[in-house]
Design a protein around this ligand. Sequence first.
Ligand SMILES: O=P(O)(O)O[C@H]1O[C@H](CO)[C@@H](O)[C@H]1O
Ligand SMILES: [Mn+2]
Ligand SMILES: [Mn+2]
Length: 403
Amino acid sequence: MARSFLVVMDSVGIGGAPDASSYFNKDLPDLGANTLAHIAQACAEGRAEEDRSGPLHMPTLDALGLGAALRLASSQPVPGLDAAPQGLWGAASEVSAGKDTPSGHWELAGLPVPWDWTYFPDQGDAFDAALVAHVAHAAGTDGILGNCHASGTTIIGELGAEHMRSGLPICYTSADSVFQIAAHEESFGLDRLLTLCRDVAPYLHAMKVGRVIARPFVGSPEEGFTRTTNRRDYAIIPPAPILTDWVQQSGGRVHGIGKIGDIFSMQGIDTLKKGTDAELMGHLAEAVRSAEDGSLTFANFVEFDSLYGHRRDISGYARALEWFDGEIARVIKRLRPGDLMVLTADHGNDPSWPGTDHTREQVPVLIAGAGAGSIGSVRFADVAASVAAHLGVAAQGPGRSFL
Ligand SMILES: O=P(O)(O)O[C@H]1O[C@H](CO)[C@@H](O)[C@H]1O
Ligand SMILES: [Mn+2]
Ligand SMILES: [Mn+2]
């Protein structure tokens, strides 16, 4: 009997997107961005030594084909990732017009985004008067703070004190199609922030803004502010059935781990486990132990992106990759005959790149449980078609199985 495990390493790109020059960080095109290669190069050159040392050490994923996928996507030298692959491996390109989490995940789940997302201008006010009035009315405030492109950790440092004084929510965006609201968990109130985000989400979704994200934080002007793990994303519902629906429709169970519930607005998902990446790894191990025949377990590990990519922290990102590699080794060892595990990513977030936004890149596709060899260059949607084929489930959409 067959089971599938689809694991997204959020933002672990491998460069080489054919359309990278059409995507930007500030005014600079993403052409040449390469999350994994630039981290590996920094490690090899001793530029990522904080709490770790030496060449990037990822023996498990490299044995599946990580270095080989990287060379296929971008012909980059990758010190430390030079094993002869023993898994099934390849590199995938995205066709959706967006280098964000929903675009990447929807397409990995078989549904390329069928529209252009709305983005906000990064000169002058990001949000127009009608949107500001709508949000302020929903918040019961006289206005908002922010109204600009920002890094979330930077803007709470800049505006946290004024937010506590005035009670106005901090609203900001990025190169993604997002409307983010940061507010203090105590002075503004966590429940109030979550309610506000839920209430304004339909207005923003109607504008084709992909997500409203609640960004709660704690702290004080004296001691500084830190974000909490109570982040919530309110995303547009996928406009057509996706892999999770296909599996459910044929009687299989679907287990979400991490942000998967938010990304798909729980569409087609039976159970959801959340937590830090370390906790998620425990949930994934438990799913490998107990998931039913015919089931799909769909996991997202977000900390590569949220803690290190957006923060442009190369050594932190390297440390996270090495941790993940060691942990996933134990999980892969427990896979049973009939199990398929696909490890991939949703976009890049090169921590050596200018700006603080995602980078348009290809992603690795590493498959355990389906023999050895190269699948070559594929599309994100082929991942969904392959998982469906493995489970014997009818696939929809443009993907083709590479199994
Ligand atoms: O800088 P922070 O608030 O982490 O925001 C980042 O997180 C958002 C959602 O993943 C991205 O669009 C990016 O802007
Ligand atoms: Mn992502
Ligand atoms: Mn991100």
